[in-house]
Each structure stands twice: as C-alpha cells, then as structure tokens.
Write a protein that binds this ligand. Structure first.
Ligand code: ADP
Ligand code: MG
Length: 240
C-alpha cells in the first residue's frame, strides 16, 4: 500500500534521513520507536507531503506521490495524520472541526457531514462535546477529536506522530484505546510512539530508527524480547 524507497532528507547540511526503505501492506499496524532527533517526525512528514524529500520515492497504491502532477489534497485524504500537538482549529466547534474538510474537499452536504461526524464522535466517546470548542476540552479529549477529524475523511491510512506525548499520564489510555479499536477494525496505521507496551501489543511490526536510518525492524516479540543489535537493546532497556 505504501512503498518508500531510498528516501533521504537533508535540511541544509543536516542529514536527517539516510536511504530509508520499507513497505506497508493494507491492514498493517507499524510502530516506529527510537531516540528523539532521529528523524521519525520527518519521515512521517515526508510521507504526508508536509516535507519534500531530498531523494528517493514514495508511492501509495502504486502511484508516485512525489510526482508534480499529484493531487496533494487527495493524498492527504487517503492518508491523514494525527499530531502530538492536536492541531485542531481552535475557532471552530468540535463538530465543525470534523465537517469542514468533508464539505470543502469532498463536496459533502452539511447535513451528511454532520450526521457522519456525530457517529464518529460517539465512537470516540465524545458525542456530548460536539458543540463545544477545543479550548473547553481536556488534552485527551482534544486528541480524540483530532483522531475523529481524521476518520471523518474516510482515510485508508492514518499516521500518528507521538499521539500521547503531550498528554497527562491519566489521559493516555483513553487515546490509546481509540487507536487499539481502529487496529482491531483493520485500519492501516503508522504510529510513532514512546509507549512501549502499547507498541508491543498493537503492532504487527516495529521499526527502530536511529540517526536517520531504520536500524532494526521485526515483530514486536523480536524487537522487544530479542533485539539483534546492541543499540536497539540499549534503547529498549533505557526506555523501560
Ligand atoms: P524525531 O521526530 O525523531 O525526534 P525529527 O524528525 O523531528 O526527529 O528531527 C530530526 C532532525 O531534523 C533534528 O535534528 C531536527 O532538529 C531536524 N529538523 C527537523 N525539522 C527541521 C526543519 N524544518 N528545519 C531544520 N531542521 C529540522
Ligand atoms: Mg518527532
């Protein structure tokens, strides 16, 4: 479904991604772990076309998305992203956050978009907050709205960049349980996370990134119980 080949990214002289290669199949859940500053966010941002790679190719369903003729909004509809800092539209109510893109980008009627938005909000446990504003919500609620906003676009793939890193510990589980539910329903997801127990039980595959490369990848059991490389082992021992 997603194929990344020989992807590199520099910011000036700083080499952030070095020849990254991987494929993700439909329905797979991939966790990306690794120290900060190793290019995890940059990798997701390249896949979602928020950064332009310096070299390499990225294709989705066989279509080269770096081609200048690519319909960027269409790609972002297929492959939506959830950020650490929520990035909600603060001047819009919760339901408007969910309906604006389906109305403007997918051409849905307001009535259909609202109907769908209310169903999704119920699914993430926030039906009663539909007419509140983001400022009136807790961090965990905001992040559930951000996930709901993604789902309102009927994405095929969701990218998560440390979705629980800016939350109070008490709010982490409400967000992780929404992601777990999406995994059960077969959503294809790439999740950058420091929640090791979660990564272990939600993913099909774990990629350990270090200094701009995918240093080691494997099943959760392999990466967490029996990493082949010393660097992976020491990261996992450190974060546990
Ligand atoms: P991670 O998500 O693994 O913590 P990032 O992808 O955010 O790592 O960052 C990797 C490196 O790239 C860091 O050294 C960071 O400072 C640098 N970097 C990220 N974005 C930019 C940018 N827009 N301009 C310059 N340097 C950047
Ligand atoms: Mg990051």
């Amino acid at each position: 479904m997603i194929k990344v080949e020989h992807l590199s990214k520099n910011f000036g002289n700083l080499v952030v991604l070095k020849n990254v290669n991987f494929e993700i199949s439909e329905g797979e859940v991939i966790s990306i772990i690794g120290p900060s500053g190793t290019g995890k966010s940059t990798l997701l941002r390249c896949i979602n076309l928020l950064e332009r790679p310096s070299a390499g190719s990225i294709s989705i369903d066989g279509v080269d998305i770096l081609d200048s003729r690519t319909d960027v909004p269409k790609i972002r509809q297929k492959m939506n992203m959830v950020f650490q800092s929520f990035n909600l539209f603060t001047h819009l109510s919760v339901i408007e956050n969910l309906t604006i893109a389906p109305i403007k980008l997918l051409g849905k009627s307001k009535k259909d978009a609202e109907h769908k938005a209310l169903n999704i909000l119920a699914m993430v446990g926030l039906a009663e907050k539909a007419y509140n504003y983001p400022d009136e919500l807790s961090g965990g609620q905001k992040q559930r709205v951000a996930i709901a906003r993604c789902l309102a676009m009927d994405p095929e793939i969701i990218l998560f960049d440390e979705p629980t890193s800016s939350l109070d510990p008490t709010m982490v589980s409400e967000v992780l349980s929404v992601i777990r539910r999406l995994a059960k329903e077969g959503m294809t997801m790439v999740i950058v996370t420091h929640e090791m127990d979660f990564a272990r039980d939600v993913s099909n595959r774990v990629m350990y990134m270090d200094e701009g490369v995918i240093y080691e990848e494997g099943s959760p059991e392999q990466i967490f119980e029996n990493p082949k490389k010393e660097k992976t082992r020491s990261f996992i021992n450190r974060i546990r």
